[in-house]
Design a protein around this ligand. Sequence first.
Ligand SMILES: C[S@@+](CC[C@H](N)C(=O)[O-])C[C@H]1O[C@@H](n2cnc3c(N)ncnc32)[C@H](O)[C@@H]1O
Ligand SMILES: C[S@@+](CC[C@H](N)C(=O)[O-])C[C@H]1O[C@@H](n2cnc3c(N)ncnc32)[C@H](O)[C@@H]1O
Ligand code: SF4
Length: 482
Amino acid sequence: MGVGFGALLPQFLDLLFDLLHQPFHSLLLLSLSLLNCVNHSFVILLHSLHQGREDFLALSDLSEIQRQVMVVSGMALLSSYVMWPYCLRRCTYCNFNKYIPGENNDLTMTECLQRETDTLLQLSQVSCITSVFFGGGTPSLAPASTVAAVLQTVSSRAHLSGEAEVTLEVNPTPAGKSRLADYRRAGVNRFSIGVQSLQDEDLKTLGRDHSSRQALQTVEEARRLCPGRVSLDVMFGRPGQSAASWERELRELLRVCDDHVSLYQLTVERGTQLFKQVQRGEVAVPAEDAIAEMYRCARRTLRQHGFLQYEVSNFARNAVSHHNTSYWKGRQYIGVGPGAHGRFAPLGEGGVVREARTQTLEPDVWMREVQQRGHGTRRRIQLGRRELLEEVLVMGMRMTGGINHKHWAMFSPRLGLREAFGSSSEVQELLQDGRLILDDRGLRCSWDGLVVLDSMLPALLVELERQIGQRLPRDPHAGQTE
Ligand SMILES: C[S@@+](CC[C@H](N)C(=O)[O-])C[C@H]1O[C@@H](n2cnc3c(N)ncnc32)[C@H](O)[C@@H]1O
Ligand SMILES: C[S@@+](CC[C@H](N)C(=O)[O-])C[C@H]1O[C@@H](n2cnc3c(N)ncnc32)[C@H](O)[C@@H]1O
Ligand code: SF4
């Protein structure tokens, strides 16, 4: 395991102290865990208690309690992202890692996804998977048997409970729609549908290979198969879009959507066809203030219809995405497949330092590497204390609930939120003008502040770095790359 009892003792005592202030069920779980530890070493138990601590203290329902029993009985939690890197064509705006397939190599790709899942799960020493996300590229081009095979591998290496969220991204073409039932049978229980726009003209400009009618039919079928667990991706700030047409589109969207919507502001990415079109003046995207108005309009409208915004781009009626939330909360995840990224503390070498891992981008090269050495990890960066805290800050502030004190203390036991941010005059200014809130709950953006989060982050990051330098001892793990 590589984690010394001595190193964990202070955290354990700290945790016990916390537990005394928790409701009855936390204490019950602690008792359960101690009974359970006859099968597990005490060190594993402590390590898991530490790793799962935040979840442990935020129990809310029975399935969560079941999950927590896993944690406290020696099983740490982890999410798993699986990348299917192929698309039938390139959308004009997209700079994700995707490839037009040459020959059919579904079988080899499937074997390699299974093999890398196995390797990374083994390395992560984690035994309970809380979510699996099949993303892309276009994972709805993958055979359902691939999805079943990868889930089978996950289950053979770790505990994948019936409660785990298993999402698959779907391009809403007739082919995608026709496979939904097979994916459902393979174990998928949440669909994320790339609707992008409900305007056919815009879908054409964006290079999409489906109509809005096909998108609506796919949404309907997905809702039939996974009621309450269907999410729609829609982009705004599209070429030629006006605030008035966006408002009409939102009303239509609210008529057809399920309980989760992701609204992404279109980014004109370098190297895309859209970027060239905009540069050549063939296409114009709306002005910044028009886009800001579209975002405000969307937030207002969705709120009026019972959607709670829980992150910059995400809105839900009782259906937050567990997988994406685990990214924003700085939890561990493995990234499997070409270009996937992960964050976890691998087995050995001390076992407690989290790494940022990126897999090889190009599918053929990635497959060769997996066949030769079991994984296609191209880059490993040990996240030192500063890098880890920066990630926790940047990701956590995206959530409307922000970062609470307990959550921050899990990563930064010796430098609290108030010490880290309370003394900077720039941060004070943000607090005073109401864009930022630092109170007994923690640090978060106000309703208006969330719109300008990007402009506030530099001040927060500079202050964090300054306080770490001044108040904490030198970090032996600071940013080592391999
Ligand atoms: C990489 S795509 C994969 C999903 C699927 N292939 C699809 O296109 O529907 C994931 C989501 O990212 C969003 N996205 C992709 N490129 C974007 C861009 N340049 N700006 C904003 N959002 C983007 C889209 O909403 C898309 O649904
Ligand atoms: C945040 S996801 C979209 C989630 C979706 N709106 C939902 O609610 O389920 C946007 C894109 O990021 C990509 N992505 C997510 N996790 C990733 C990871 N660990 N490595 C590489 N790409 C990832 C996915 O392929 C996906 O297309
Ligand atoms: S947006 Fe989706 S379908 Fe379009 S190229 Fe990107 S990954 Fe492929």
